[in-house]
Ligand binder design. Structure first.
Ligand SMILES: [Zn+2]
Length: 262
């Protein structure tokens, strides 16, 4: 059964694959951003409405400044690399929310939230850029869409999918809703280790592109590591071990520095 499924998946992959910018990794892409985005936007608005937004503070302004600067640099790069269609899918939003959690996240389409609890660890603009680069990378690499696609295949099998995709939009949406568990914090679900390391790698280059010294990234992760405490969802708990992550970042530093023009 597994083998048959695999053959079908390979068959689907032929026309339902996407390529991750920068890393060039091929990924499963069974749902379109057009299908995901309205649900995501709804979920993001809900979170923002239920939270205390503190964009007006100096910390809030720092998040907005770094976010806008980085989004601009990343879009410029993506367009130059032929990813104009991907850029059209972004509708960036940056918000700083009042919460003691040491956390930040990004939903598909570039819907970013930082919690005030991470600002002391971020310390300065470069620190915010480390987190921002990582978060934006999850959106640019469409990690949520990939996770949903994998979830669809795993949970429903290819028979249902091939009928659903393209032919029956409402069925597709039903499958999608079940697969991601709408209402259970879409986009904030934990990513796999593979996705986390890829977000680190891309984020390092994104911060360099935006004019922030990528050598601040391992230093930030040391601060993050030192602060310990209970593990929040997007940082620490589901993430690669800190020593491993810092070693990886350092090995990618020469490549990132090529993009850094202070
Ligand atoms: Zn992450």
């Amino acid at each position: 059964m597994k083998k048959i499924l695999l053959i079908f998946v390979v068959g689907i992959s032929a026309y339902a694959c996407a390529t991750v910018p920068l890393t060039g990794r091929s990924q499963l892409s069974l749902v379109s951003s057009g299908e995901i985005q309205p649900l995501v936007n709804e979920e993001y608005s809900k979170v923002i409405k239920e939270s205390k937004v503190v964009n007006g503070t100096s910390e809030g302004q720092r998040v907005l400044k770094v976010g806008n600067k980085m989004a601009k640099a990343v879009e410029k790069y993506l367009i130059s690399e032929g990813y104009s269609d991907l850029v059209k899918e972004f509708n960036w939003e940056f918000n700083l929310l009042e919460s003691a959690d040491v956390n930040a996240w990004c939903m598909p389409g570039g819907k970013v939230a930082f919690y005030t609890g991470i600002m002391a660890v971020a310390k300065d603009e470069a620190g915010v850029a480390v987190v921002m680069g990582h978060e934006i990378a999850h959106a640019v690499a469409a990690h949520a869409r990939e996770r949903m696609s994998t979830g669809l295949v795993t949970n429903f099998g290819v028979g249902v999918l091939s009928t659903a995709i393209g032919q029956n939009p409402s069925l597709t949406q039903n499958i999608l809703l079940q697969s991601v568990g709408i209402g259970s914090e879409l986009g904030m679900l934990s990513f796999s280790r593979k996705h986390e390391l890829e977000a680190d790698e891309m984020g390092l280059i994104f911060m360099a592109m935006a004019g922030y010294d990528p050598r601040q990234a391992p230093i930030f992760w040391e601060r993050m590591n030192a602060q310990g405490g209970q593990a929040p969802p997007e940082f620490l708990s589901t993430h690669p071990g800190p020593a491993n992550r810092i070693a990886k970042l350092n090995s990618q530093m020469p490549e990132a520095l090529k993009y850094y023009k202070p």
